[in-house]
Design a protein around this ligand. Structure first.
Ligand SMILES: [Ca+2]
Ligand SMILES: [Ca+2]
Ligand SMILES: [Ca+2]
Ligand SMILES: [Ca+2]
Length: 300
């Protein structure tokens, strides 16, 4: 929009003789003022950024963003920013944007724009956050520009392995041979990569006391007999098993495994009868029955 005013030069009769040739002309000074209208929206460059943050990043100001620019006058320039979740347009519980060092002297009033973490992240809850930052100007109607932010949450070793049971127990027949699978323990770690890779071992005490009788598979958690069960001297063994993740600062969790050794009925009853007594005289059936001696025993 153009606004203007104008002014005439000196009257012709006051001009010098040299000016008389121009007597039929007048000098008009025109001052034009261009009045800005809001015909430009705020613009981000780039329009999409990717940010990777550890899930242990403390909440505070972080990650500077390039503020939007608006080539209109400050009156129609950038007025503010709004951050929302991309999918729902709702505010994000984790992120916000903050403008600092605002200056109205240029067409880019926001000197600094920062992505702000409002609360701790948890990769196991959400490993990606897709955000939208809307820059709006002060014009009427207001125009907007959009910045897309893709946040990837990097894993930290913030979970210890968890066994699927609080206590494992089983029974083992005394006839079980060496190599028999006693049972399998299992633990789950919610972290990713090495932080979530679980390995198993006996506690130092169990390894020292019973490591020659039982073994635990490092990767599967299978507990096996390392000898024939007949060579076991106790009727019950309590083994301490540890699950450990592969993080640089490993987390460990322990569990008890109870193994009870049970007898096996390997020997049939033995009946002892005095055959001579049976042949020498008639015996009532009731006597015969009462004279039988049955002995049930088991080898030890
Ligand atoms: Ca504008
Ligand atoms: Ca976590
Ligand atoms: Ca872990
Ligand atoms: Ca984690």
């Amino acid at each position: 929009m153009l606004l203007g005013n104008w002014s005439r030069g000196r009257p012709a009769d006051q001009h010098s003789s040299a000016d008389r040739v121009c007597r039929y002309f007048e000098v008009i000074r025109v001052r034009l003022v261009v009045v800005d209208v809001n015909d430009n929206a705020p613009t981000f460059s780039p329009q999409r950024v990717a940010v990777t943050l550890s899930e242990q990043t403390p909440p505070k100001d972080l990650f500077p963003l390039m503020p939007a620019t608006d080539v209109d006058s400050p009156a129609n320039g950038v007025a503010g920013y709004r951050l929302s979740v991309l999918a729902s347009t709702e505010p994000s519980p984790w992120f916000d944007v903050r403008v600092t060092n605002v200056s109205r002297s240029t067409s880019t009033p926001a000197a600094e724009l920062r992505l702000v973490l409002r609360q701790p992240l948890d990769r196991e809850t959400a490993d990606q956050h897709h955000l939208r930052v809307l820059a709006y100007d002060a014009g009427s109607p207001s125009l907007t520009g959009t910045l897309y932010i893709d946040v990837t949450v990097a894993d930290a070793n913030d979970n210890a392995p968890e066994f699927t049971r609080e206590l494992y127990s089983t029974v083992l027949l005394e006839t079980a041979p060496r190599g028999t699978a006693v049972l399998a323990v299992s633990a789950v770690d919610r972290d990713a990569g090495d932080n979530g890779r679980v390995s198993y071992r006996f506690t130092a005490r169990t390894q020292a006391a019973h490591g020659h009788l039982f073994s635990v598979d490092e990767s599967t958690g299978d507990v096996r007999l390392s000898t024939d069960a007949r060579r076991l001297e106790r009727t019950e063994y309590v083994l301490g098993v540890v699950a450990e993740d592969g993080g640089q600062q490993a987390s460990v969790t322990g569990v008890s495994v109870s193994v009870v050794i049970v007898d096996v009925n390997e020997h049939a009853p033995v009946i002892a009868v005095n055959a001579a007594d049976v042949r020498s005289r008639p015996i009532p059936s009731s006597y015969l029955i009462s004279g039988l001696k049955a002995l049930l025993f088991e080898a030890t």
